[in-house]
Design a protein around this ligand. Structure first.
Ligand code: PGA
Length: 253
């Protein structure tokens, strides 16, 4: 059975003290996370060591990085590689968030390299895809997302693709308060799974967790997560508020 996942994306927010206080408060309100579920906190890289210390002993709770460089090491001032994260104890890395694509010019070709770098060291890429508003309005979102998957992921073997978590995040819903309806989310998640199935077979496609992201909050999480192909969420704004993110975790099926 595929994992049901609540992943926080703190982005470039919080001071060190605020990050530590928020994690303490979130962990304090967490009930037991069962083995079919995962809670992941994607924190600013500089807070990773303290966050790892805080989650020690918590089953099925993980710390993630928000990005990595595609190379293992070298003269890339200011960058951090997947190997470095793994050596520091972090084995989940968000790859290809729409903010990385938009503000840092990350292309599917580059993201394919980053995914390889993460898989090479047996870590988990949380691969983001999703369409801008104009594509949704034109009704061509399925083809748009399919191309992102083909270009960044479909060079992987069947074994490798089962290590990937996919996060579908329509750009028009990120940080806007405008959420895809549960029917819209289910429709495209089912489409993503059908695309995975046509390349890798239904068995493999059924093992891959597909998260929804874009203004997930306590008020809509239960309905979104109850859709058969929505396996949890990647959550920005609401993951910075203890009561909100706790309710989102509790909404996991
Ligand atoms: P949001 O962000 O929940 O604030 O819309 C989601 C994301 O960017 O991952």
């Amino acid at each position: 059975m595929r994992k049901q996942i609540a992943a926080a994306n703190w982005k470039m927010n919080l001071s060190q003290q605020e990050a530590s206080d928020l994690l303490t408060s979130l962990l304090g309100s967490l009930s037991n996370i069962n083995d079919n579920q995962q809670v992941i906190f994607s924190v600013p890289s500089i807070y990773i060591p303290q966050a790892l210390g805080q989650i020690q002993g918590k089953a099925n709770v993980f710390i993630a990085a928000q990005n990595c460089h595609q190379k293992a090491n070298g003269a890339f001032t200011g960058e951090i590689s997947a190997n470095m994260f793994a050596s520091a104890g972090v084995k989940h890395i968000v790859i290809g968030h729409s903010e990385r694509r938009e503000y840092f010019g990350e292309t599917d070709a580059l993201l394919a390299e980053k995914v390889n770098a993460v898989l090479e060291i047996s870590s988990t890429p949380i691969f983001c895809c999703g369409e801008p508003l104009a594509i949704r309005e034109a009704g061509t979102q399925n083809a748009f997302v399919e191309a992102q998957l083909i270009n960044a992921l479909f060079h992987l073997t069947a074994d490798q693709i089962t290590q990937v978590v996919i996060a579908y995040e329509p750009i028009w819903a990120i940080g806007t308060g405008k959420t895809a309806t549960s029917a819209q989310a289910q429709e495209i998640h089912a489409y993503i799974r059908s695309v995975l199935s046509s390349k890798y077979g239904q068995d493999i496609a059924n093992q891959i967790s597909i998260l929804y992201g874009g203004s997930v909050k306590a008020a809509n999480a239960i309905e979104l997560f109850s859709q058969p192909d929505v396996d949890g969420g990647l959550v920005g704004g609401a993951s910075l508020i203890t009561s909100e993110f706790t309710a989102i975790i509790n909404a996991l099926q």
